[in-house]
Write a protein that binds this ligand. Structure first.
Ligand code: APR
Length: 252
């Protein structure tokens, strides 16, 4: 039975829009079998971000941090994009100016076929040397699987995942690009994010200030639910395909 938790107004506005932006969080990958961070049983319930997701922790114990991110990378590579990821690829094809802004590092949007994307927090499939910045090769990563530490073959520096850790700046220019898309958006979708981590969580509010119709898609109300125009309660992998189908029919 098609999901109908969203309004006709959202469909109409998406069908007319020239400029649309969508922010995604870990919730869109939950149905692919990748744990979120703050839900029951989520990563931050099992692991301490202060011991794993910042530079000091990495330099204190590179072996532990490299092993944890390699585990997460392997999980992400094993999993497949779900209908939620695929629906956003289709929406990208329907709207002249569309930008997908993701907080996720799992590479599932890219594997689904999304092209116009801003990776706010990096990408776990990439790694580099913390000293000289050289991109790491698979060869250099191999010691991790046997309990060793991966080091740069050029300078000996430790190899780190290309993700944004707590206390770090986002990649150069990506937040500006995302902010511009949010400000010119006629419709802004906030999908599967608890909206508690900034600056990402500020984008739906920036879009609202810019006059966009902002809709949140989540299994529960997020921290910004009180500020958006529409809260669509449901799983992203069920809501998004139905929403995009309704938009496609309206545009036809
Ligand atoms: N469909 C839609 N939403 C879902 C689903 C689903 N199937 N499953 C869970 N959610 C929602 C949860 O209700 C929650 O609001 O997804 C959200 C996940 O929130 P978090 O775990 O906090 O993840 P996220 O918002 O992406 O975290 C932001 O925090 O830890 C850092 O860098 C990390 O990018 C991450 C950032």
């Amino acid at each position: 039975m098609p999901h109908r938790a969203f309004s006709h107004e959202l469909v109409d506005r998406l069908a007319r829009a020239q400029h649309v932006a969508a922010l995604t969080g870990a919730g869109i990958s939950a149905e692919s079998g990748i744990p979120t961070f703050r839900d029951p049983g989520g990563l931050w319930e099992q692991f301490k971000p202060e011991e794993l997701a910042n530079v000091q922790a990495f330099l204190r114990n590179p072996k532990l941090v490299q092993a944890w991110y390699t585990h997460r990378r392997n999980v992400a590579l094993e999993k497949a994009p779900n209908p939620g990821h695929k629906a956003l690829v289709e929406l990208e094809g329907l709207v002249p100016d569309f930008l997908l802004i993701t907080q996720n590092v799992d590479h599932l949007h890219q594997r689904a076929g999304s092209k116009r994307m801003a990776e706010l927090h990096g990408n776990i499939t990439r790694s580099y040397c913390i000293d000289c910045g050289k991109t790491a090769t698979e060869q250099e990563m191999t010691p991790i699987a046997s309990g060793g530490v991966a080091q740069c073959s050029a300078c000996g520096g430790y190899i780190r995942p290309d993700v944004v850790w707590f206390g770090e700046m986002l990649p150069e220019g990506v937040m500006e690009w995302a902010g511009e898309a949010a400000q010119r958006a006629e419709v802004f979708l906030s999908i599967g994010t608890s909206a508690v981590v900034y600056p990402a969580a500020g984008l739906p509010l920036l879009a609202k200030e810019g006059g966009a119709y902002v809709a949140e898609i989540n299994i529960e109300a997020s921290a910004i639910a009180g500020y958006v125009d529409e809260v669509v309660l449901g799983k992203a992998g069920e809501v998004l395909p139905a929403l995009v189908q309704a938009v496609r029919e309206k545009r036809a």
